[in-house]
Design a protein around this ligand. Structure first.
Ligand code: NAI
Length: 276
């Protein structure tokens, strides 16, 4: 039978990867897993202390980078290429989340309950009308501009070599927009569109681009969520628990590997059955 051996297909030996937001959560788990599979990783983050600690442990490199600044993203890719000699895998992962608002969350639950129980009065949430220009802008800049800058710089190195894998981290909320986070949902949906549009452009030239849509995953991003918020979220997940970082890293590392040689322009979710 033809095809690649089932085990070696996941191997990342000899590959050089750059992971934005690689100092924490899903990015750090991905850096660790890719290293275990043979890759050398560059960890680009605004948190240089954490990036340096992890890079030291994984024998990678740390790069100071704010993904909202195109010059810094360009410099990160350039310093990765000059340190390693090539860039094979780019994971555009850096991200932020809207701060949790317990009071509003309680109201959302209340409004849901009011559909079942007429004695409960629903109240407007006023989420969008209270969204400031600055908050909207920061969310779009971090996710959508960050991924755009990362893809642009990575492709400048990958397309001429006719090889490469770009993995963009969207969210389950990019597929199922949430009333509680319209700006986050829009940014993450935009990442899916950008992934599909650009993969159609470059797939002919050996570069694969895919999006990963994690469901709720227990990382520092969610550390400020109250117990009540976590319980309501978990009640919407078929598997009855949040994910752990390694479960998402497994999908990302797969997409970086030869095992995913026929995957491009695809959207992979790993959500434990969120809202299913
Ligand atoms: P995290 O908070 O643990 O890690 C995010 C990392 O990004 C941090 O190291 C932070 O310093 C870095 N970062 C933030 N802004 C940056 C910027 N402007 N430039 C460079 N680095 C920056 O978060 P987590 O959970 O690992 O999230 C990673 C990605 O996964 C994000 O894009 C997030 O939206 C996405 N995601 C996370 C989910 C979750 O439940 N944890 C669910 C769906 C998507």
């Amino acid at each position: 039978m033809g095809g690649t051996d089932a085990f070696s297909a996941f191997d990342l030996g000899g590959k050089f990867a750059l992971i934005t937001g690689g100092a924490s959560g899903l990015g750090a788990a991905t850096a660790e897993l890719m290293t275990n599979r043979g890759a050398r990783v560059a960890i680009a983050d605004i948190n240089m202390d954490a990036a340096s600690d992890l890079a030291r442990r994984l024998d990678g490199i740390a790069v100071q980078c704010d993904v909202t600044d195109s010059a810094q993203v360009r410099a990160s890719v350039e310093s990765t290429v000059s340190a390693f000699g090539a860039l094979d895998v780019m994971v555009n992962n850096a991200g932020i989340a809207p701060p949790p608002d317990n009071e509003r969350f309680q109201k959302m639950v209340n409004n849901q309950m009011s559909r079942l129980d007429p004695s409960i009065t629903a109240e407007p949430l006023d989420i969008l009308v209270n969204l400031s220009d600055g908050v909207w802008d920061r969310m779009i800049r971090t996710h959508l501009y960050g991924v755009f800058y990362g893809m642009r710089e990575a492709l400048a190195h990958m397309t001429p070599r006719r090889t490469g894998s770009i993995i963009n981290i969207s969210s389950i909320l990019g597929m199922r927009p949430s009333a509680s986070a319209p700006h986050y949902s829009v940014a993450k949906a935009g990442i899916i569109a950008l992934t599909k549009a650009t993969s159609a452009e470059v797939s002919q030239f050996g570069v694969r681009i895919n999006a990963v849509c994690p469901g709720y995953t227990d990382t520092p991003l969610l550390s400020h969520y109250s117990e009540m918020m976590r319980s309501v979220i978990v009640s919407q997940i078929g598997m009855g628990r949040m994910g752990v970082s390694d479960e998402i890293a497994q999908v990302i590392a797969f997409l970086a590997s030869p095992a995913a040689s026929y995957c491009t322009g695809e959207v992979f979710s790993a959500s434990g059955g969120y809202l299913s």
